[in-house]
Design a protein around this ligand. Structure first.
Ligand code: PLP
Length: 376
């Protein structure tokens, strides 16, 4: 019960960060590598979750012809592991890895075995901040494991999205703060230990908080693994809706290990922190604003993601709410249920086709749009 998360999930960051000071107690003889490539274990884990199915890859030949593309496909995440967005892939894997580390369980236990083991740690609460989808996924994972969840939500998020998080059994607090401030508040709240162990499960990172976000990004990898198999190994230019850039991080890591793959991001006009950071050559905050693309309404890139985004992305775009709505209607006409965030990928593709240099990027490559959520 007195076991702290710092001893098994956060302290290793100090040991392994380049340039970090040597640990006070010296380096242990045996250092398990919690960051090793666990893609097989990850895929096995995702397959074991209730409702797992490979999400559809949908060909849009008419739209491809209109846009002058060789091939256009949409990876449809509007229904993933029983939720209407891709986020459960990251949240589930990060919670699982964190708890397995806390319980010192190796090799990877089943979800049921972990649920039984985690009882020994005493009362535990998963804590997070969210624009909606991630918090819902964390709350769902807490339920699977018999844990509590505390989800902080900025007041700009719609009541409907807030109610959906509550419907997962989470203790929800709506705060009159921006997304970035809400994340900082969640980090503060996770320090409280009065009601047992609190585990911060945040889908963005900052110096000193990188282990859980690393696993979240790794969890998103399943989406790209599936798409690669569905494309029979053909490379693609992937258009990634981006908030803090963790999903885009998974995309660029995939690009690095899969020759020919390329990636661009799309953000709302009011919160283009990735595009502004690419333009500056360094991570900058842009603030946020009012947008129907709630999941992308983030003001600061994840610190872990940004160096890889800077070295690997081909570029970044922003779109207006009107453009995302138009794209959503267009996808609906093709039988695809896309919310504003997911449809932003098509809106961005239209911008890319019309922009100078964009056509060169598109050339003969298949374009892969990520429909990251269903309409609300
Ligand atoms: C529907 C949807 N699409 C895309 C994203 C962007 O993900 P990231 O914040 O990792 O860039 C989010 C984030 O919450 C989201 O909810």
């Amino acid at each position: 019960m007195n076991k702290t998360l710092a001893s098994s999930t956060q302290a290793p960051i100090a040991l392994w960060s380049p340039g970090a000071p040597a640990p006070a107690g010296g380096l242990a003889r045996w250092t398990p590598n919690v960051f090793r490539d666990a893609s097989d274990a990850r895929r096995t884990f995702h397959r074991s979750l209730p409702g797992y199915a490979v999400t559809p890859l949908i060909d849009l030949p008419d739209l491809a012809a209109d846009l002058g593309l060789t091939r256009l496909v949409v990876k449809d995440e509007s229904s993933r592991l029983g939720l209407p967005a891709f986020k459960m892939l990251g949240a589930s894997w990060a919670v699982y890895r964190s708890l397995a580390a806390l319980c010192e369980e190796t090799p990877e236990p089943t979800l049921e075995a972990l649920r039984e083991k985690v009882v020994e740690l005493g009362p535990m609460t998963l804590v997070t901040a969210t624009d909606g989808n991630h918090g819902r996924a964390v709350a769902r994972m807490a339920t699977y494991l018999g844990l509590s969840s505390l989800v902080l939500i900025p007041s700009a998020v719609s009541n409907e999205a807030i109610d959906l998080v509550r419907s997962e059994g989470a203790d929800v607090e709506v705060l009159d703060l921006s997304y970035d401030e809400t994340v900082a508040e969640a980090a503060r709240r996770s320090e409280a230990r009065s009601d047992g162990v609190r585990l911060l499960v945040q889908d963005t990172s900052w110096p000193g908080y990188e282990t859980v976000p690393t696993w979240i990004v790794d969890g998103y990898g399943t989406l790209f693994d599936e798409a690669t198999a569905q494309l029979n190994g053909d490379p693609a230019l992937v258009v990634v809706p981006a908030g803090v850039g963790s999903l885009a991080h998974a995309a660029v890591l995939h690009c690095r290990s899969h020759p020919g793959w390329r990636a661009v991001t799309v953000e709302p006009e009011v919160a283009p922190c990735i595009a502004a950071s690419l333009a500056a050559g360094a991570a900058v905050s842009t603030g946020t604003g009012e947008t129907s693309m709630a999941g992308l309404n983030c003001g600061t890139p994840s610190s872990l993601a940004f160096p890889d985004l800077l070295s690997t992305l081909d570029g970044a775009l922003w779109v207006t709410d009107g453009e995302a709505e138009e794209a959503s209607a267009s996808l609906a006409g093709h039988g695809i249920d896309a919310g504003a965030c997911g449809a932003a990928s098509l809106a961005a593709l239209r911008q890319l086709c019309a922009s100078e240099g964009g056509d060169r990027l598109l050339s003969d490559l298949t374009v892969l749009l990520l429909n990251t959520e269903a309409s609300r």
